[in-house]
Write a protein that binds this ligand. Structure first.
Ligand code: AMO
Length: 422
């Protein structure tokens, strides 16, 4: 009978002394005169395999190229000094697919290669422990987000990726040819999640969004992923609470389920507290800022340094700084907010305008033509409750939890001003 494959994570006490079949990548080879070591990696871990003298594999092992795909049959043996406390004494080895000389190393020390070169070879770069840790944590973040809102009776909606009008300002749209019409890649699910919430009450979405922002910064991508919610009958204070709760839930899940990954990244993650302050209060805390100024990244950093391990919710933003769909609170301020965490903005949102007349006025004020938004405005004419929501950047949150200083590290295949491949 064909032998079943064993995964490296399952090598334990019960397997001690037994013959196993392993498959994976050759991470490294150590060629000593008396013995040859091969580090084998699969999705679940790394184990040391040993070729002893006078065996048929002794001369073969040192010749195998790094990252080749191999199949190893061997005996599990306790060895306190080996990683995991066990090693494999190789009986037989087959090279399933030989790797050519690598353009970048996949060993941890190779992390110092420039980011741009690493991204050129991302398919190899993600074989490194630290890089894999980031994407494992990102997967936990998005799963926890879904779990939290599903448990709270929200439904996940799928908004379109091709749209006919700007939702987040007209200048940073990517045009696409849509048969005879002009269309754009969606900058956010904004208008669609609102139209869903006024019928379904509690919705969330996770989708890529596209922004043709020309600036190349360590916090911006031209394609990013947004986690959004929209809740009917809620105001901005209520939905900020949802964000406080979901981020705390996500961080707890990452602490619980990604212990090895956090260790690999050398991160001591803490469940954050929350602070709620008005825009006016925030401006007063910062030197060199005056009422009406938008926050620069240096201001966000300073505020976060004042309140470590805290999500800072800044609400009551001036009307001039928020989009047309944010509900005004009075003549001066809106019901919009921004959330800062670990030195940067991770989210913005607020209560929406659900009164068609106010919506038309706000569109005109921002230089937009209400005619282009007729489909959206009319949705609020047939029984629309007040509603609120926010969008949370997946890559930005990944940066915060993994301690990364460039957003490209938090995106498997980033799209920026200069990069369209791989
Ligand atoms: P906003 O434009 O602030 O709001 O986007 C929400 C969050 O998405 C992330 N984000 C980005 N991340 C990387 N690169 C980018 N270019 C980028 N743009 C945005 C950020 C940001 O805080 N419709 C509103 C949300 C709402 O009101 O519900 C919106 O899109 O983390």
């Amino acid at each position: 009978m064909k032998m079943q494959r064993t995964y490296i994570k399952d090598i334990d006490e019960k397997k001690d002394g037994k013959e196993v079949l392993l498959k994976g990548w050759v991470q490294d080879i150590r060629d000593l005169s008396s013995v040859k070591f091969l580090l084998l990696r699969d999705y679940s871990g790394v184990v040391q395999a040993v070729a002893k003298p006078k065996t048929k594999v002794f001369d073969i092992v040192p010749k195998i190229s790094i990252e080749s795909i191999v199949e190893i049959k061997g005996k599990v043996k306790k060895n306190k000094e080996a990683r995991k406390g066990y090693e494999i004494i190789i009986d037989d080895l087959k090279v399933l697919n030989e790797a050519e000389t690598l353009p970048i190393t996949v060993l941890e020390k190779g992390i110092n290669i420039g980011l741009s070169k690493r991204l050129d070879y991302r398919f190899l770069d993600m074989r490194k422990e630290k890089v894999r840790a980031v994407f494992r944590i990102q997967s936990e973040i998005i799963n926890a987000f879904r779990e939290f809102f599903t448990k709270n009776d929200f439904i996940e909606i799928q908004a379109p990726g091709i749209i006919s009008t700007a939702t987040e300002g007209g200048t940073d749209l990517f045009p696409v040819k849509y048969f005879e019409k002009n269309a754009y890649l969606a900058q956010s699910p904004q208008l669609y999640k609102q139209m869903a919430a006024i019928s379904l009450e509690r919705v969330f979405s996770t989708m890529p969004v596209w922004r043709a922002e020309k600036h190349n910064t360590v916090r911006h991508l031209n394609e990013s992923r947004q986690m959004d919610i929209e809740v009917a009958f809620a105001d901005e204070m209520e939905i900020m609470k949802w964000m406080e709760k979901v981020i705390q839930f996500i961080v707890k899940k990452v602490i619980e389920n990604c212990k090895d990954e956090l260790k690999a990244l050398n991160i001591n993650l803490k469940v954050p507290k929350a602070l709620y302050i008005t825009y006016e209060e925030a401006v007063k805390k910062l030197k060199g800022m005056k009422y009406g100024d938008d926050f620069e990244n240096e201001h966000e950093k300073k505020l976060c340094e004042m309140y470590p391990d805290t999500i800072i919710f800044i609400h009551e933003w001036p009307r001039s700084l928020k989009p047309f769909y944010i509900m005004p609170k009075d003549d001066k301020v809106t019901r919009g907010f921004d959330a800062l965490y670990e030195g940067m903005e991770i989210s913005s949102g607020g209560q929406r305008v659900h009164i068609p007349k106010i919506l038309e006025e706000q569109l005109k004020k921002q230089g937009l033509n209400p005619k282009d938004f007729e489909y959206y405005i009319s949705a609020f004419k047939y029984g629309a409750p007040k509603h609120s929501g926010w969008g949370l950047g997946l890559e930005r949150l990944t940066m915060c939890l993994c301690g990364l200083d460039n957003i490209r590290e938090a995106c498997m295949f980033p799209r920026d001003r200069d990069r369209l491949v791989p």
